[in-house]
Design a protein around this ligand. Sequence first.
Ligand SMILES: Cc1ncc(COP(=O)(O)O)c(C=O)c1O
Length: 425
Amino acid sequence: MNPNETLLARQQAATPRGVGVMAPFFVDHAKNAELWDVTGRRFIDFAGGIAVLNTGHRHPDVIAAVSAQLELFTHSCYQVVPYESYIRLAERLNALTPGAHAKKTAFFSTGAEAVENAIKIARAATGRSGVIAFSGGFHGRTMMGMALTGKIVPYKVGFGPFPADVFHVPFPNALHHVSVADSLAAITALFKASIDPKRVAAIILEPIQGEGGFYIAPPELMRALRQLCDEHGILLIADEIQTGFARTGRWFAMDHYDVLPDLITLAKSLAGGFPLSAVVGRSEIMDAPAPGGLGGTYAGSPIAIAAAHAVLDVIEHEQLNHRANTLGIRLQALLNNLQKVIPNIAEVRGLGAMIAVEFMQNATPDIDFTKRVQAEALRRGLILLSCGVYANVLRFLFPLTISDAVFDEGLAILEAALFAAHLDS
Ligand SMILES: Cc1ncc(COP(=O)(O)O)c(C=O)c1O
């Protein structure tokens, strides 16, 4: 029996179906943008472990930093015996994130944990409980993460009730006829019917919705939200867990806007495959929770922190912001050309290398076509991820360290998969 089939049978028997798995094969080892399964078959990885590997699988500098840390200590619990690398990483993120104001950073392990803590901090700082989030937004699988997430299936089904005082408004989306004015009108309606703005602690959004479909928040939305927040004493939280660390061609997606968030959540590519997340924010806000209110046994693990220092160095030294723009332009050009001959391609969009292609047929989302392209690509050795509130979007999250040769190979497979799906239509 093929080792993948044996493992699939064991997986089915030993692990719950709720942990949904995309690939029908199991990884053996990986390097930069390539991954080999347990039979030795090679795949090109355009998924990057869901936006975690902007610096690639096992970047030699990340591995060296982690190996060095393993020789010193692996865990002391920062809240028991602290270490310098945590403080230095906080200093680096305080300086790197948008805005020259005084900032502080706290570390956690997962993206959902960063989101939970951003809300805790916002509530402690404002003394208010309300939170406004957006339809189609994704903020994690913990209770508050689910409450904030603006998509029921599959994330919220059967798991409620969720924490109270969370409200959703539509995210602007020109392709699906939702304007910035519609989003703002929904907030006005909320303030009239559901919650006094003086009870709202925070508005949270992804500058580019990740799981939701790579829809980009228009600058006028971000400006209007900042103004609303200033008017009512509400905090603006940018969830940059998927958009951060050079993916969009800047360090952070908020660098593309002319307004600043009060708090930023970070995770995924922060530590190149090691579990680390962070909340970065205005010092006075970050200091609102009393000592002991923030933290966690593994929060800010010294191993993950060592990896993160190396990741930041790699992004700088290898000029990955520039590389993201170069790769993104090439991918967009290919997809724009294919749009002329493949009518199911409704839109190609993105910032830097955070690119997506959305499929429609007769003005309705074409989920079937999306699945066919993904399957054809995988059959040919290219790992692609889908996303979108209508599940009709393919997103590209290849390592920014990918070589030109492997990138070209990936694009050729993508083109072949799109044509195969098209001919099958
Ligand atoms: C924008 C955003 N926020 C939060 C999360 C949750 O992160 P984690 O899966 O590490 O808990 C994700 C994960 O996909 C995300 O994309």
